[in-house]
Design a binder for this molecule. Structure first.
Ligand code: ZN
Length: 772
């Protein structure tokens, strides 16, 4: 819904009344033009080039502009003191004057008014709805509630030229005349921030809260407890801070920190000022290893454990058979509720392995006493008991979709992360639902998995959910897990610009047809993000690398974003070469690609190990087809000359689940072969294991295959980074000549007994079969 009722172009500077204004304008142009970018050079936004995100439900463009200067008065009633002061602070921070306030009786020629009303039409009956009318004499924001007023103020912020956000102090500001009526499509619009895997200072959290407000998000889901760290001060259980807040890393260093109650109160107040709700998450019964390191008496076996210094899912969870565990958790929740006024308290509930419960006499007794038939029902008992406690204190419980297992407690709200199905199921049982499926909402995933466009295509309403249940889908959150996000720069580059896409989907409603328009508006936000010290990342992978054969082998770059240019450099060459045509692929070695946008280099250069070898582009016949989640380049993936990185999702790894690799290479003529090198990825947390057995066969007719005796198999030692390694195996044999070569690498088999996924099929990941 984007209704343009009238169009008008401000075509010249004539709209300015006096010579003095003329001069201010000219000086401003000189001042800001050094920064570059068209939007900064303008004095006010043309009504046809607004960059509002999220897009308002209704906008009517009008003639003229409103000027904010020393002559402007800001009026609001006492019940809007918070919103009025907030707006005054915003204007003052970018102006040479302090705006005059609350002179209600005086008739003025330039007035900003904030006002609660009761007579909104049917379509604006929403607590967050607002109406913004800008005319040459008056700028007015009306709403049914103070929250609606705040949303209107955020729209107003985006109607200034981007330079407004630069702290440059001007004598006056201009805003285009228009009328906006607006309200959100979904009531729950959030960001989950994991401050446990990595800890972020209070200032970073405050920066994010203001950015959430700017994009009309309304929820900060604050993930405060984990296996790897406890981040909230407790008076009752001080060892949660002395012990649980710190972990000893593998290199012996100590990592950690926590927010004091003072910090948390400041965070909550800052959020409240912007009408953002902070929902704390206290994980139970799983993801509790840090807490149990300090208080092992609340685990099943009482044994001493350390705060986790690895990523994954751990067996150490709270004992469900011990009443003192519940006393402990309830005391913590009392402290949490004292700090956080949110209606919802998130209790996690995800990824709780039942191993300890199944081997605990107390847990077994509890199941017997309560008539629970399995550990899932015991989890349900656990959650229900906590929910009852929260309800008694006037709060509601929200938890991850695992809380559905064993029966969902009465009033619980479900956050669906393992796809949309859990959310759909809960909605059909008339439970409220927040969506954050891994397919669209996980900001820790790389751009190769979830790019800007993919997030923009997200619809929180499951496709096949009957209309009568749609009202149970409250909205969505994007989840920012921080295992691999050590600092603010990484955090910014993961969250931005992708979160902005979700913000528009949730406020304006899903509409993939609007993507191009969104993309155009987004381009004008980068200068604002720059001003606000957001070190944003990219919208999509910069490029993908492709090789092909046309008389000779070539390497081609496929850009993933618009307006990019590239340079490339082979190792052992002095300077990068600008990329225009495909690169001749006539050597092996490291190839570095540099990406530029508007002549500014984006990020670090990307390196690829390229292998030019004898089997390149030979037809490959598969006995077991690759798994469709990890196809890499399909039938030529193993002979395209591109090797994989430590990122198993980089698009160069071909995956086989539970199957052997068994392929036959057709050389199209007789070739002599003396060795085969294959790389296998190993990452046991993702169930990816390397093979240990290999067989090689040769054939002249593709019918009869003879085994080849291997002289040796050389496993090459590899670096292990965060549990991931690339493992080369070199198979050597007597030099032989053959038309066809069959390669078998035997799958590792079931995951071993000591693994959390013991007994499950394992993955085999390979990038290339290098024949020499
Ligand atoms: Zn137990």
């Amino acid at each position: 819904m984007h209704n343009v009722l009238s169009k008008h172009n401000f075509s010249s500077l004539c709209a300015f009344a006096t010579l003095r204004e003329w001069l201010v304008v000219l000086i401003s142009i000189v001042l800001v033009s050094c920064g570059g970018g068209d939007a900064e050079n303008a004095d006010y936004l043309d009504v046809d080039s607004l960059y509002l995100i999220p897009e308002p439900a209704f906008i009517e463009k009008r003639d003229g502009y409103f000027k904010i200067s020393n002559d402007t008065y800001l009026n609001y009633s006492a019940d809007l003191e918070n919103e009025g002061s907030y707006l005054a602070k915003l204007i003052d921070s970018s102006s040479q004057f302090q705006i005059k306030k609350n002179l209600e009786t005086k008739v003025v020629s330039s007035e900003i008014e904030l006002k609660i009303v009761t007579d909104f039409p049917e379509e604006l009956q929403n607590g967050e709805a607002y109406r913004l009318i800008i005319s040459p004499e008056k700028l007015q924001i009306t709403a049914l509630t103070s929250t609606g007023i705040m949303r209107g103020i955020q729209t107003l912020r985006q109607l200034f030229v981007p330079a407004f956000h630069s702290n440059e102090k001007r004598e006056s500001w201009y805003l285009p005349c228009l009328k906006i009526e607006d309200k959100p499509a979904f009531e729950h619009r959030g960001l989950l921030l994991d401050v446990c895997r990595h800890f972020f200072e209070k200032e970073v959290v405050l920066k994010y809260i203001d950015l959430l407000a700017f994009y009309k998000m309304n929820i900060l889901h604050f993930h405060l407890t984990e296996d790897q760290g406890w981040r909230i001060q407790s008076d009752k259980y001080p060892m949660l801070n002395e012990i649980s807040s710190y972990r000893t890393e593998k290199d012996g260093s100590v990592y950690g920190g926590y927010y004091t109650k003072e910090d948390l109160k400041e965070i909550v107040a800052y959020a409240k000022e912007r009408h953002i709700i902070v929902i704390p998450e206290i994980e139970l019964p799983g993801h509790a290893q840090a807490a149990l390191a300090a208080y092992p008496e609340y685990s099943c076996n009482g044994r001493d454990i350390e705060v986790a210094n690895d990523w994954g899912v751990f067996k150490e969870i709270y004992c469900a058979g011990n009443d003192s565990t519940f006393v402990f958790l309830e005391n913590i929740l009392l402290e949490v509720m004292e700090i956080f006024p949110s209606e919802y308290i998130h209790i996690g509930g995800d990824e709780a392995p039942k191993f300890r419960w199944e081997h605990c006499a107390k847990c077994q007794k509890r199941m017997l006493d309560e008539g629970l038939k399995d550990a899932h029902e015991l989890q349900s008992y656990f959650i229900t008991r906590i929910e009852k406690f929260l309800n008694e204190h006037g709060r509601k419980l929200i938890g991850w979709d695992e809380i559905l297992e064993g029966g969902l407690s009465e009033n619980a709200t479900v956050q669906s992360w393992r796809g949309m199905d859990g959310g759909k199921l809960a909605a059909e049982q008339k439970h409220y639902v927040v969506m954050s499926p891994t397919s669209h909402c996980y900001l820790d995933y790389g751009l190769d998995n979830i790019d800007l466009k993919k997030i923009y295509s997200f619809n929180p309403i499951p496709e096949n959910l009957a209309k009568e249940y749609h009202k149970y889908i409250l909205g969505a959150e994007c989840n920012m897990w921080t295992e691999h996000v050590p600092d603010e720069k990484d955090l910014d580059s993961k969250v931005f610009p992708r979160m902005i896409a979700l913000a528009e989907v949730l406020w304006s409603g899903p509409d993939t047809a609007r993507y191009e328009d969104f993309y155009t508006r987004l381009q004008k936000h980068y200068v604002i993000l720059d001003f606000r010290n957001v070190q944003y990342g990219m919208e999509d992978v910069a490029f993908t690398l492709e090789t092909y054969f046309e008389d000779e082998a070539y390497i081609k770059l496929n850009p993933g974003m618009r307006n990019l240019s590239f340079q490339y450099q082979w190792e052992n060459t002095l300077n990068p070469t600008p990329y225009s045509d495909p690169i001749l692929f006539n050597q092996s070695g490291q190839l570095e690609i540099f990406t530029f946008k508007n002549d500014k280099q984006l990020g670090e250069p990307q390196s690829f190990i390229m292998k030019n070898h004898k089997a390149m582009f030979s037809p490959v016949a598969y006995k077991n087809r690759w798994n469709d989640y990890y196809p890499a380049a399909g039938e030529f993936a193993l002979v395209d000359g591109i090797t994989g990185s430590l990122n198993f999702r980089d698009g160069n790894w071909q995956g086989f689940w539970g199957d052997n690799l068994e392929v036959t290479l057709d050389f199209g003529g007789k070739k002599s072969v003396s060795s085969i090198t294959m790389h296998f990825l190993e990452y046991s947390n993702a169930w990816i294991m390397k093979p240990n057995q290999f067989q090689i066969y040769v054939s002249d007719d593709n019918q009869k295959f003879n085994p080849v005796e291997l002289i040796k198999i050389i496993p090459v030692n590899s670096n292990v980074v965060d549990g991931v390694s690339v493992n080369p195996f070199i198979l050597k044999f007597e030099k032989l000549e053959t038309f066809f070569l069959k390669v078998v690498a035997v799958n590792y088999g079931k995951m071993p007994a000591n693994h959390d996924a013991a007994g499950q099929d394992s993955w085999l990941f390979i990038d290339e079969i290098i024949v020499e």
